[in-house]
Design a binder for this molecule. Structure first.
Ligand code: ADP
Ligand code: MG
Length: 253
């Protein structure tokens, strides 16, 4: 479904990504792990169109999406959350999701000025969809609360609801449980499993090994911008290069 081909991303002399390949199947949950600064967020930024790679390409269902503007990539079916929360803090939870639910609707100026019935029914659909998504992530009774007034864990769940509002084929989550307490992380595990059941393809960056091992079908490991390993969770756990890059030494050595 998604193919990252020989992607290199340079910032000046720094290779944030160096010749990275990755292919993700439909319906898969792919974990992306690696030490701080290894290029995980950069890879997400390249896949979602925030950066155009220095070289290489990203293909979605065979079509090249790298080099397209962010909103075009989003229209192709990719949605993400951010490592640092990026909600509209002064809007309510519902409004945050509604803005995303309406984003791909084509509304012409005349219908906007005259508030045509078509526009009104589109608006109604957006609100209904936003409510359904809040319910899905467990925030239905928080609809009217300003995003900034929600506890941290709920803000992260709201970000997922907002990302889902664009009906993505692939959802990319950047450290979804970072900063969460144990109960909030457990809620998030449940939510990601529920998303998996809908057939959604998910790519998730995470530091918490337990979370990654529990959820992911397969894992890609980056270190200093290079892919150093890829495989099922059990293989990755026992991979010498991975152990070395996390613990700074070889197994038994
Ligand atoms: P990770 O998410 O794995 O912690 P990042 O992808 O954020 O790592 O960063 C990889 C490397 O690229 C780091 O050295 C970081 O400083 C650098 N980097 C990321 N984004 C930029 C940018 N916009 N400009 C310059 N350097 C960047
Ligand atoms: Mg990061």
């Amino acid at each position: 479904m998604l193919e990252v081909k020989n992607v290199t991303m340079q910032f000046g002399g720094l290779f944030a990504l160096n010749d990275v390949d990755m292919s993700v199947k439909q319906g898969e949950i792919r974990g992306l792990i690696g030490p701080n600064g290894s290029g995980k967020t950069t890879l997400l930024n390249v896949i979602t169109g925030f950066f155009t790679p220095t070289s290489g390409a990203v293909l979605l269902e065979g079509d090249k999406i790298s080099g397209k503007p962010i909103n075009a990539v989003s229209q192709c079916g990719l949605a993400r959350t951010f490592q640092n929360i990026a909600l509209f803090s002064e809007m309510t939870a519902l409004e945050n999701v509604v803005t995303a639910a309406c984003v791909h609707q084509t509304i012409n100026l005349l219908s906007a000025v005259f508030k045509t019935s078509k526009l009104k029914s589109q608006e109604k659909e957006c609100y209904e969809k936003a409510y359904r998504l809040l319910e899905f992530v467990g925030l239905k009774d928080k609809a009217d609360i300003k995003a900034t007034n929600l506890p941290y864990g709920q803000q992260r769940l709201l970000e997922i609801a907002r990302a889902m509002a664009t009906d993505p084929k692939i959802l990319l989550l950047d450290e979804p449980v970072a900063g969460m307490n144990e109960q909030e992380s457990a809620e998030t595990v449940k939510l990601v499993n529920k998303l998996r059941e809908t057939g959604l393809t998910i790519i998730l960056i995470e530091h918490h090994m337990k979370f990654v091992m529990e959820l992911c079908d397969s894992i890609t490991v980056l270190n200093s911008g290079r892919k150093i390993a890829e495989g099922a969770p059990a293989e990755i756990q026992n991979n010498e290069d991975v152990i070395e890059c996390y613990l700074g030494k070889k197994k038994g050595g």
